[in-house]
Design a protein around this ligand. Sequence first.
Ligand code: PLP
Length: 221
Amino acid sequence: MPSIRENVLKLLSEIPAGVQVVAAAKAMRAPEVLEAIEAGITMVGENYLQESREVIGAIGARVQWHFIGHVQKNKVRHVVGLFDMVETIDSYDLAVLFDEHARRLGKTMPVLVEVNSGREPQKAGVFPEHVPELIERLAALGNIRVQGLMTMGPFLEDPSGLRPYFRLTREIFDYVGAMGLEGIEMRYLSMGMSDSYHTAIEEGATLIRIGTQIFGPRPGQ
Ligand SMILES: *Cc1c(COP(=O)(O)O)cnc(C)c1O
């Protein structure tokens, strides 16, 4: 099996300029994450607050930490304290909590709005048609800063089928950008994982979230 280092070098050499990799490090510990960082990773994504504490504590501020999991409302305070960006804002109420805790910490928290591009009722994320209106409201919150959109898309056997969902998310990204809202900076479009990032990049992703292709299969995967 290739090493984490080899995986990162290969990935970074493959992707076009303007696309950045968020190493999705769930289930990984500090040594694995450090190996990825030493090979050139500058952004690390974590899904679970509990396991991220140890990793972030060991590695510190030499990379940007992105929260990419579902945020429980009673954990917002800790997420604001530990992370540089949260990619999974999917309601006004959640955003207000981030704004309040960020204000208490004297911080401005960069956030992405998670789009439920497949309109799946059981899944996290804002339905596409509600995204512009939500972002308009978020523009008024002074201690968060919307910097773009994130989407997962539906689970499909053939990940190339995600193209229409990525395209739709890109269209919303462009639409909101063209609204020219003050304080809103549509800069990051986070979409694509190990099995779908080629398609996502073709559809305009600027952040790709890669776990398996960097760290290998997770236990039980
Ligand atoms: C795990 C995870 C990824 C990466 O998935 P891989 O298929 O292992 O690349 C990306 N985004 C989120 C939100 C994840 O939880």
